[in-house]
Design a protein around this ligand. Structure first.
Ligand SMILES: Nc1ncnc2c1ncn2[C@@H]1O[C@H](COP(=O)(O)OP(=O)(O)O)[C@@H](O)[C@H]1O
Ligand SMILES: [Mg+2]
Length: 287
């Protein structure tokens, strides 16, 4: 037994191990304000991670404006709603996106994930246990704002990525989001991505402003994932219902996504039973 454990350890040291054997990562992508590019960030990171050899699943948990599938040009015939009602199994509604990413589509106006009755919760949790085998990442697109149901999702996730633009309104709302999460759990890993910056200077200024506020009022520093430039290729891609990473491999946004995805893999620790911890957190997290 010991021998086998040692062999496994030696193997893990010498080879890039299939990370799901050793754990996975669950990251919720959040924003204070809507329209800052959160869904595009989820799609871009998912694709870049997949291109870098990671097995990625994306959960659309923005039940107000569920549009991840539209952004990726997918037309799912069924959504999470059918699973919760017991009409479909989770594996029947998952759609395959580019580079092997798997997408759990939602529909707008669906019941909140954090307020499910026991039967629906069981369907979801058991389904997720089945479909998360062998995956490295679960990325969750959440609704904008600090509504209770969003905060519960963020608290259950291992990591939270906060997306903001340099606009003062987005920045103020981003701060509000940091504050709510921090007060609930001062240890919750919080990452920051500045989207739609005109240049690096503007992105850095944005990061500094937010860091100054969180440090002064919360004594808290955010981890910086990076910035995404304002990129006309991104708009072009959206119009064609494709992800910029997929359609324009050399676009500035694509290169920034690749960099951010590599940093995520480097910096975020693998969590054993990561997905299970998330689903358990979802069902036990107090309001
Ligand atoms: N870096 C960027 N450069 C150019 N356009 C962007 C960028 N990020 C987002 N957009 C545009 O902003 C709009 C809103 O993006 P979306 O991802 O739907 O925001 P959210 O999910 O936060 O509501 C989209 O039409 C998208 O094309
Ligand atoms: Mg969105």
């Amino acid at each position: 037994m010991n021998d086998q454990a040692n062999r496994l350890r030696a193997l893990a040291r010498t080879q890039p191990a299939p990370s799901s054997l050793f754990g996975s990562r669950v990251m919720a992508i959040a924003s204070g304000k809507g329209g800052v590019g959160k869904t595009n960030v989820v799609a871009g990171l998912a694709m870049s991670l997949a291109q870098q050899g990671q097995r990625v699943m994306v959960l659309d948990a923005d039940f107000g404006l569920a549009n991840l599938d539209i952004l990726l040009g997918l037309a799912p015939s069924h959504t999470l709603e059918h699973v919760l009602r017991g009409e479909k199994l989770l594996e029947e509604i998952i759609v395959d996106g580019p580079f092997g990413i798997r997408i759990i589509p939602a529909s707008s106006g669906i019941q909140e994930l954090t307020r499910l009755d026991a039967a629906a919760e069981l369907r979801l949790v058991q389904g997720l246990q089945r479909v998360s085998q062998g995956l490295d990442w679960l990325l969750i697109d959440t609704a904008a704002g600090i509504h209770d149901s969003v905060i519960k999702l963020l608290m259950a996730a291992q990591e939270v990525l906060l997306v903001t633009t340099p606009e003062p309104t987005a920045l103020v709302d981003a701060y509000a989001m940091v504050k709510v999460v921090h007060l609930r759990d001062p240890q919750k890993p919080l990452w920051l991505l500045v989207n739609n910056a005109q240049n690096e200077e503007e992105a850095e200024e944005t990061i500094e402003q937010l860091q100054a506020a969180t440090q002064r009022f919360l004594n808290r520093e955010l981890q910086v994932l990076g910035m995404l430039p304002a990129d006309p290729f991104m708009l072009q891609a959206v119009r064609q219902q494709r992800c910029v990473v997929d359609l324009y491999p050399q676009a500035p946004a694509t290169l920034a996504f690749a960099e951010a995805a590599a940093r995520l893999q480097q910096k975020i620790p693998l969590q054993k039973e990561g997905f299970a911890a998330f689903w358990k957190g979802l069902s036990t997290e107090e309001p």
